[in-house]
Each structure stands twice: as structure tokens, then as C-alpha cells.
Write a protein that binds this ligand. Structure first.
Ligand code: BGC
Length: 250
């Protein structure tokens, strides 16, 4: 059990296969206890996921604020989209639902936005101002856009359509494994995507996160963007840490 301290917040990252949580020291950006991973229930209905959130809260004997990262557009706690999650989430007030199951104060935000908050404060974006775009290349492509360190939430740049296809269908981590693409072949799609985003938004820096960020030596050298591209530094913990940071407004 983690002692409740005012700089410690429970962060939970809700993903397609696992729901991971840990108490986070939000001043240092580190987990203060081992994280708990619970498999995502299938189907991942709102009630089934809420039960897992309650189990996380119970495991850590938590009663303080909780930040939850979720793979969808979130406005005022309400889930707006369901690209890679159960469609029954659309229109659900996830914040209220989780508060009802946990009796804790919940902050709910997009998963890539959460990962971006963590990278900007403690990881690859910490020295950066101007326009920074974090992209998570996992099951889908998540995006988080920062202007002078301030998050512009719910950008959904993974859903840009390039040559008739949504970007995440070619350039996500899942697309690479499902289509058994070589790193080089996949890097070509990611490069095309990055150049497309670069043409639209002219960022100062791209930060690439998601599971593939650990393997950056296999593909970064194939990119041809003018914008600098760096791997995320917080790996698996970015969503948890960022969700915790978000409870105090990011
Ligand atoms: C969703 C985003 C999410 C991303 C990464 C996309 O399919 O639309 O909201 O951030 O996947 O999970």
C-alpha cells in the first residue's frame, strides 16, 4: 500500500490489452510502487472497465485523486469516439462512471495526451518550447500537440487520411506486426505520415512513443523529415505518469 502524500497521485493507463496503474510522485515523475497490470476485460464494456478501475483503487488502498488515460477523445469526462475500443463507450460520462465505482475524484483524458504530458515534463520534450508533437505508435496512432508547453487536447492526428487510407492503418505499431512489415518498409509509411503532418503543422520536434519507441535504432535513420524526430524516453510508464500529472491540470 502506498502512503497518501499530496504529491502522490494514482495514475491508470487503460489500454486495449491491459489496464496498468501505479501511484506516481508527480513532482519527480516516478512510480512509487510496483505497477499493477490487470488484463482488459473482453468485451471492454464501460461497466467491466469500471470494475477494473475499482480493483486498481482497492489494490493500492487509494482514496486520493486518480488520473485515467483512455484511448479516445474525451471532453469534460465524456467519451466522444471509439476507434479502437468498444463502441458502447461513445457518449458515456467515463469520469462519473469511474467516480461512482471508486468514490475517488477522477480525471479522465486521452491516452496520447497523457503520455505527451509526461514526456514534456520529464522526458524527451522537457527542454522544448514552440510546437512539439508527440505521436504514439501502438494499436492506433495517438497524438498530443503542445504549444510552448501547453497541451492542445484531443488532436487525433492518427486519423488523418493519406492517399485514401487513415494513417493508423499503415503507420501504427499494430499495422507493422499485422502486415509483418520489415522495419524499413514500415518506416517508409511512418515517414510519409510524419512528412504529411510536418507539411500541415511545421512542428519543432516530433516525439515518437508507444511500444516501438524502444526499437528506435531500427527505423529512425530511415526518416527524411526536416523536423527532428526523437524517441520517447518514458516508455511504458508515460501514460500512468501523465494521467497522474493531469489531475492537477497538466
Ligand atoms: C484513438 C486515439 C488514441 C490512439 C492511441 C486512436 O485510434 O482514436 O484517441 O489516442 O488510438 O490509443
Amino acid at each position: 500500500m502506498a502512503a497518501i502524500h499530496e504529491t502522490t497521485v494514482l495514475g491508470i493507463d487503460i489500454g486495449g490489452s491491459g489496464i496498468k496503474g501505479a501511484p506516481v510522485d508527480v513532482e519527480r515523475g516516478v512510480l512509487v510502487a510496483d505497477r499493477l497490470r490487470i488484463p482488459t476485460p473482453q468485451p471492454a464494456s464501460p461497466e467491466a472497465v469500471a470494475q477494473v478501475i475499482a480493483a486498481q483503487v482497492e489494490h493500492f488502498s487509494w482514496s486520493g485523486p486518480v488520473g485515467c488515460a483512455f484511448p479516445a477523445v474525451i471532453k469534460d469526462g465524456v467519451v466522444q469516439t471509439a476507434a479502437n475500443i468498444d463502441k458502447s463507450w461513445i457518449g458515456i460520462d467515463g469520469r462519473k462512471l469511474f467516480e461512482c465505482y471508486t468514490k475517488c475524484q477522477i480525471t479522465l483524458l486521452n491516452d496520447a495526451d497523457a503520455a505527451g504530458l509526461a514526456e514534456m515534463r520529464f522526458g524527451a520534450g522537457r527542454e522544448e518550447s514552440a510546437l512539439v508533437i508527440m505521436l504514439t505508435l501502438g494499436t492506433g496512432i495517438g497524438s498530443a500537440l503542445f504549444m510552448d508547453g501547453r497541451l492542445v487536447p484531443n488532436t487525433e492526428l492518427g486519423h488523418l487520411v493519406i492517399r485514401g487510407k487513415v494513417a493508423e492503418a499503415r503507420a501504427s505499431g499494430l499495422a507493422r506486426s499485422q502486415q509483418a512489415l520489415s522495419w524499413k518498409a514500415w518506416a517508409k509509411w511512418v515517414d510519409e505520415y510524419l512528412r504529411y503532418v510536418e507539411d500541415l503543422l511545421s512542428p519543432q520536434l516530433f516525439i515518437l512513443g508507444g511500444g516501438v519507441s524502444k526499437k528506435h535504432d531500427k527505423y529512425l535513420h530511415h526518416f527524411t523529415t526536416d523536423t527532428t524526430v526523437v524517441p520517447a524516453e518514458m516508455c511504458n510508464d508515460a501514460g500512468i505518469v501523465g494521467a497522474a500529472i493531469a489531475t492537477s491540470g497538466g
